[in-house]
Design a protein around this ligand. Structure first.
Ligand code: ARG
Length: 454
């Protein structure tokens, strides 16, 4: 293929040429209508592909019909909208809420949980067309390429895959805008737009510009102002001091006593708390590619529901099962982040989590100001027991604790802690504080405890 096709010839493979043996001249593009996928429609057509643009509705606040009309203007043979929300609400969303799954302790997975479902719709459409090359607009630096391509490999390993960013000669935003202009598309793309946004019903992510430099002192208010009209707009802000979420087996089923469907709950909470001071996180994360990145994530409903679910689990599960809950929640977050939704490891987590999530029924009240916290948990099956936990007199026998400590200590017996000369006291002294005096007063030196237990 020639360079006027804007292909980097060194990076070509047989799939880039739709006329080559084994390639499929029909392609289904995961299309959004943004700069990249608009350019991709023209570029694919220039290569000789029959382009089918697939716009997947994951709750982005956008005129999708208008984007489809644009795809046709750009040269697509078809442009269709498919709704991935019902499938997500029946699977990944309740699970992410119930397990309070958060990647690296902070990222609520908004983009990660949507990508596999976009890929799924693409594959379904490719099948309807009798087979097609699968195309996505993700770059070679981020997580999204992995999520798309892992899903393709799981769902339709027989279809060729084409990732334009890996083979074309364009290097950035400016090149794409010039390319569109060259092709007579005078669109509204702004050369100076420097944030990369991704929006769905679960979150809006903001990356790029000053966020790319950890040394840059980010003014979050200024970044929020740029996206203030995006995401779950149209609702009235909430003036209530608290919100109570009802859960049935780990799934939110009501808000303030009113039964609601999960999509309505998420939509309402997002709208009401879109501008709350606690509704966002500015975080650094480790991408699967190894690149570190910093992003701002706005996700009010996700934060409320996951915080509530985690508290319910803390109240309703005993210690060993709660530990499993935490580790399954982490596993689920990691595999979602890495794009492993369509995998047996995800099925294993789902199956293992079921008996734990089945215990999570009850109502959780979250106080909303001045900061977000769980102020009340009312669960019939709670293991938390006021009569046991109280500081007041109860049936609990304080004396039993003596035997418990003596027996538990047997597993811990070793060399007296301070004999080696590298004990607790000397460590503290090196650190230059006065804790050694405290240790003497409180008699917490290891030797005494060891000898009394033996
Ligand atoms: N860093 C997040 C993730 O990997 C958000 C990515 C947003 N994607 C985008 N194309 N702007 O899930």
């Amino acid at each position: 293929m020639s360079s006027e096709k804007n292909v980097n010839s060194e990076k070509m493979n047989e799939w880039n040429d739709p006329t080559a043996a084994g390639a499929n001249p029909k392609c289904v593009l995961a299309y959004s209508g943004g700069l990249d996928t608009s350019a991709i429609v023209i570029w694919l057509k220039g290569l000789g592909y029959e382009v089918h643009a697939m716009l997947v509705d994951v709750g982005q606040d956008e005129d999708m019909e208008a984007q489809c009309a644009k795809a046709i203007r750009l040269g697509a043979a078809s442009a269709v909208i498919r709704d991935a929300k019902p499938a997500m609400f029946a699977s990944v969303i309740p699970q992410t809420i119930g397990l309070a799954s958060v990647y690296e302790g902070a990222y609520r997975l908004g983009t990660a949980l949507a990508r596999p479902f976009i890929a799924l719709e693409q594959v379904k459409y490719a099948k309807e067309l009798g087979g097609a090359t699968l195309v996505h607009g993700a770059t070679g630096k981020g997580n999204d390429q992995i999520r798309f391509e892992f899903a393709y490999k799981s769902l339709a390993p027989q279809y060729p895959v084409l990732a334009p960013w890996k083979v074309w000669s364009f290097e950035g935003r400016k090149d794409l805008i010039a390319y569109l202009k060259q092709n007579g598309v005078a669109d509204q793309f702004d050369e100076k737009k420097d944030y990369s946004l991704d929006e769905n019903f679960w979150h809006i992510s903001v990356e790029g510009a000053e966020l790319e430099d950890a040394k840059a002192d980010v003014d979050v208010e200024a970044v929020l102002a740029v996206v203030k009209d995006k995401f779950a707009t149209g609702g009235s802000p909430c003036t209530a001091k608290s919100v109570t979420v009802g859960f049935e087996k780990g799934v939110p089923v009501s808000v303030d006593g009113e039964a609601m469907s999960l999509p309505s709950i998420i939509d309402q909470l997002n709208k009401q708390h879109r501008h709350a001071s606690w509704a966002w996180e500015l975080i650094i994360e480790n991408r699967t590619t190894g690149v570190k990145s910093r992003g701002l994530y706005i996700n009010p409903a996700a934060k409320l529901l996951q915080t509530a679910a985690a508290s319910l689990a803390q109240c309703c599960l005993n210690k060993p099962t709660y530990d499993r809950y935490v580790s399954l929640g982490d596993d689920y977050a990691t595999l979602l982040y890495r794009g492993e939704y369509f995998s047996s490891q995800r099925q294993v987590v789902d199956a293992s989590a079921k008996p734990l999530l089945d215990c999570l029924t009850g109502e959780v009240t979250l106080t909303l100001a001045p900061s977000l916290y769980v102020s009340k948990i009312d669960a019939k099956e709670a293991i938390f027991c006021k009569e046991t936990s109280t500081f007041e007199a109860s049936a609990y026998s304080h004396a039993d604790a003596g035997g418990f400590i003596n027996l538990s200590w047997l597993a811990n017996i070793g060399q007296p802690f301070d004999q080696s000369g590298e004990g607790y006291e000397s460590t503290l002294e090196t650190a230059g504080n006065t804790a050694s005096d405290l240790c003497k007063v409180q008699s917490i030196v290891g030797r005494r405890l060891v000898s009394s237990a033996v």
